[in-house]
Design a protein around this ligand. Sequence first.
Ligand SMILES: NC(=O)c1ccc[n+]([C@@H]2O[C@H](COP(=O)([O-])OP(=O)(O)OC[C@H]3O[C@@H](n4cnc5c(N)ncnc54)[C@H](OP(=O)(O)O)[C@@H]3O)[C@@H](O)[C@H]2O)c1
Length: 260
Amino acid sequence: MAIRPIIVIAGVGNGSGTGGATARVFSKAGYRVALIARGADKLKKTAEEINQAGGEAAAFPIESYSYKALRDVFGTIKAHKWSAGETPEIRAALWNTGAGVRKGFLDVTEEDLQVVLDANVNGAFAFAHEVIQAFKRNQIDDLGKRGTLIFTGATASLRGNVTTSAFAAGKFALRALSQSLNKEFGKENIHVAHAIIDGGILTDLSLSRRSDEEAAKAWKENADIRLDPESIAKSYLYLANQDRSAWTWELDLRPAHEKW
Ligand SMILES: NC(=O)c1ccc[n+]([C@@H]2O[C@H](COP(=O)([O-])OP(=O)(O)OC[C@H]3O[C@@H](n4cnc5c(N)ncnc54)[C@H](OP(=O)(O)O)[C@@H]3O)[C@@H](O)[C@H]2O)c1
């Protein structure tokens, strides 16, 4: 029986960022798409757009990125009836959540910390646990692997700064998780990768944060100074297509004119 791969993506926002773009790029490459995020309506809309474009996507909303919520949602994903035909198999996964806590250290609350811990540790551990269990059941494919698990990082995965004590602590933890999983499961032909996104990503939210309409327009139109989510997604597809003789643990992506 032919296999049809599934990608599971956690963290999709309103579909305009990296999570949504990854869903569309993998869908065009033949993957079925399982979307996990908070906010059922936004998620349903992203899934519907993919289905209308000829792909196959399903929405799996959750209340939070807690350990339990992630473990439970995989039960729903496993029970989901995909269209008849090829056998569905989870072959790729993306942990893309980003807890946007940016404030001075003395203002960080216990609630902020819980959000950061869920988005980068608790939920990420549960997600990785479920994905790796699923990969372990897969046969080795033509690329010599059982599956690819990707984590989205940020500049803050490597560098703390004045308002990022919580955000960077979370992203550092996520990077450490991805590196440990890469070492532990590489020998089982499971590919774990981490992407440092070292620059601003063009999304509806990041556009809304520009100082005024003119600044937003200039930033949107200049591909030298911000990352396009679709370009990031194409790099994720490249990671999933790498064979086991030369695969990447860490990729860093930045726009051409990023000052570093
Ligand atoms: N935007 C940037 O400039 C930028 C730069 C470097 C790195 N990154 C990283 O890139 C990834 C993708 O971001 P994106 O900007 O392209 O948007 P995106 O793909 O739409 O995804 C961002 C996701 O993070 C989740 N999220 C946001 N705030 C959260 C919070 N307070 N608690 C828990 N989860 C939260 C959202 O979850 P729901 O889907 O549940 O709403 C959203 O899906 C994130 O990991 C982000 O940290 C972003």
